[in-house]
Design a protein around this ligand. Sequence first.
Ligand SMILES: Cc1ncc(C[n+]2csc(CCOP(=O)(O)OP(=O)(O)O)c2C)c(N)n1
Length: 814
Amino acid sequence: MTASVDARTDDLESTVSTDGLINRLAEPSDDDVAGLDAWWRANNYLTIGQIYLLANPLLREPLQAEHIKPRLLGHWGTSPGLSFVYAHASRLIRHTGQQMIYLAGPGHGGPALVAAGYLEGAHTETYPAVGLDEPGLLRLFRQFSSPGGIPSHVSVTTPGSIHEGGELGYVLVHAFGAVMDNPDLIALAVVGDGEAETGPLEGSWKGISFLNPTRDGAVLPILHLNGAKIAGPTVLGRKDPDEVRQLLAGHGYDVLEVEGDDLPGMHHRFAATLATAWSRIRRIQEVARSGEWDGVRPHWPAIVLRTPKGWTGPAEVDGVRVTGTWRSHQVPLSGVKDNPDHLAMLESWLRSYRPGELFDASGAPVGLVRRCNPDGDLRMSASPHANGGLLTQALDLPDFRDYAADVARPAIVRAESTRRLGEMLRDIYTRNPKSFRLFCPDETNSNRLGAVFEVSDRAFAERVQPGDIALSRDGRVMEVLSEHSCHGWLEGYTLTGRHGMFATYEAFAMVSASQTIQHAKWLEEAAHLPWRAEVPSFNILLTSTAWRNDHNGFSHQGPGLIQNVITQRGTTSRVYLPPDANCLLSVADHCLRSRSYVNLIVIDKQPQLQWLSIDEAVEHCARGAGMWTWAGNDDGTRDPDIVLACAGDVVTMETVAAARILAEQLPHLCVRVVNVVDLMSLPRRKDHPHGMSSTLFSELFTNDVDVVFAFHGYPGAIHQLVHGRPKADRFRVRGFIEEGTTTTPFDMVVRNRASRYHLVMDALNNARRTPPGASALKAWCEAKLAEHASYVVAHMEDMPEVRDWSLGDWATQA
Ligand SMILES: Cc1ncc(C[n+]2csc(CCOP(=O)(O)OP(=O)(O)O)c2C)c(N)n1
C-alpha cells in the first residue's frame, strides 16, 4: 500500500502524531502573544537603535541631536517583516524542537537579524564585548554600519547566517542546497518581492522538483509581499493575489496566505499559518519516511505574507506617506540631527515600542523577551547548520592514482581526461552517500563525467517515464538547466558542511560568475572570523572549454571566469589548469580535501594528448609549475635563448609542438619549456600565498630571458599575475583574444594567434640570439599557416600533421 504525501488537509491534528501540539501552536494563548509581541517590539527597537543611535541607547534621557549617528545607514523597511517572521519561527522551534535556519532574502534587513542574534544571546557568545547590558547595547548600536564595525547586511559576521542577501536573488537556491541530505533541517527562506523579480529567484522555485522528503530536509519559502522595493512598487505586490497563488501553485507549492497589519490579529493568523505549514512538512516527511510513499512529488507549503513595508514605523513624514511605500526602504526619517521635528518623531517612534518594558535596569532583555528564545543550538542564530564547518566531516576519498592514465612517454596516448575524473567522482559518491554531490547544468554526460550514473541517478522529483535514463527521486546527481541554481545549491550544500563540485561549460560559467564572486567574498571575510569554522571548498570544474568548442562556435568560447577568480583575495582564490588526466586527478584530490577556497579547475573534455605519468603529475602539481626538460633542449644549467611557457591543455600542446619544431629546425637555439598548473604560483608570494619564491621563479623563467607564454585564457591575466616579477614586460602572452567561430580545433588556435607556428615565430622574434636559419623558419611558419588556411576550407578538418600530431619516439630520444 503506498500513500500520497499530499498534506493539503484542514485536519491539522491528523497530519502528525503530536498530541495536540499543532492546535496549541496554531492558537497562541494571550501569554504567548504577549511574548511574541514583546520580542518583536524589542527587535524593532534594536533595529532602529542600530540605524540611528550612538548614545542614550535605552532613552533614559530625552533624545538629543548628539545621540544621533552622523551618517544614517541601514534599511528599515524590510526589517519589521523579517523580525515578525523570526519571532514566530522561534516560537515554533520552542514548541517542536525543530532544527531550523533562517535565510533573509532581503538581507539588507541586517539589523533585524543582528538584533535577533543579540536577543537570543548568540551575538554576545560570539562577540563577548557586545554584552547583554547597557554598555553592550551601546556597542551593538555603534558597531552597526560603522568603520571597524559590522556590515549592514546579514553578512558573514552575523551569527546564524549562511546568506548575506546583498546581491539579491539567491535565497531559495541557498536554502535548497542547505537541506539536501539534511533530513532534520527546515530552511526558512524569506523571499523579498523585489528579489522575486530577479532571474535567479524566478528559476529557483523549481527547487522542490529535486527534493526527496525521505532523505532531504525542507525549505519553507515565505514570499514577503511588502509591496515595494527601493523606489517603486513590486510586480508581485501589485498582482492580483490569484495570479500570485497560481504562480506558486504552478510550481507545485501548497500556497498559504496571511495578510494585514492589525495586532494582535496578525500574530494569531501567522501563528496558525506557520503551524499549518510545519505540520504539512512533517506530514510529507513522515509518510515519505515510513516507506509507504507513492513517490509523487509532494505539494510543499509556501507562505505568501502581505504586510506593509516599514510596518510600525512613522506613517507619514512631512505630510508624505512613508509606511507601506518604498519611502520606508532605508532610513524613513532623515536629517534627524538638524531637524528637531524629525528628532521628536524618532523619539516617539522609539518609545512606541516601550523599551522600559523590554530591558531591565542593567539594560538586559527582560524575562518576557528572553523566554521567547529557543534553547542552545536550536536558536537560529546559534544553529551549527549555519556554521557548517562545525559539522563537516572529511570526504572519504579513494586513491586518485587508481584512475590514472597509463603514460609511459609524453604525448603518445590520447585520453578524455575528465572521463577519469568521472570515475573518481563515481567512487566518491559511493563512499560518501550523504555528503557529496555533483551539480551540473544538464551536462554531466557531455562533460564526460557520466560514470557517476553507474552509482547514482539524477535527482528528479517530477514524473519519471519509461525511457528516461538515470533519473529518479532517489538520484543525487543534481542536474538542472540553471547555472544559478547549480551554483547556489552547491553554496548552500557546502556552507552547511558538505562537499561537492560544480561542473559546467566554460563559457556559461559566466552566467553564475557573480555568484562565484559573492561566494568568494563570503569566504574571504569568513577567514577573518575565528568563530566561523572552515567549510568545504567550492570546486568549479570548467570543461567544454573555449578552444575545443569548435563545433558550437563563438557563443561557447569564453574563458572569462579565470579573470574573475584571480582577482579575488589570495586567502580564497585558486586556479588550476591541469594539462592532462593525471594532473587533473591530482588537482581534484587536492581541491576536494581543501577548505574554504574557491577552486577553479579548467580542462577540456575532448580526447587530448597525455603528458605525465601519475607520479610525475603528482610532483608537477605539488610544485605548481615546472620545467619540462624533455620538451625543450635546455637542461636548466644555463639560461636558455627563449622560454616557452604554457598554462592550459590545448596551449600546452601548441607549446610542446612549437618547441619540437624549433628543436628539429634550429637545434642550436636553446629553448626551455615551462608548464604552469597552478596559475596562482605566478604572482609574488606577497601577492598570493601560492606565489612561487623569487628563486624558483628565476630558475624557471630566468631574470631576463624573454618568455613566450601560451595561455588558456585572456592574455591580460598573465600580465596581471607576473606584475612585479623581474622584467615582467619580457612576457609575450598569447591567449584567447576573442577570435572564434564554428571551426576546427587547430583553426581556433590559429585565429587567436596562439598556434605552434605563431609561437615559433614569437620565439624567433624574441630569442636572445637569432641563429642562422631563423628567417627561413619564419617563412616556413607563414607558409604552414597559409597551407592550413586553405586546407581547412577545402577539407573541413585539420591537416593530418597537426590533427594527429604526437611526439612519437622523440621524447625518449631527447
Ligand atoms: C541583484 C541586486 N540588484 C539590485 C540590488 C539593490 N537593491 C537593494 S534592496 C533592493 C530592493 C529589494 O526589494 P525587496 O526584495 O522587495 O526587499 P524589501 O522590500 O523587503 O526591502 C534593491 C533593488 C541588489 N541588492 N541586488
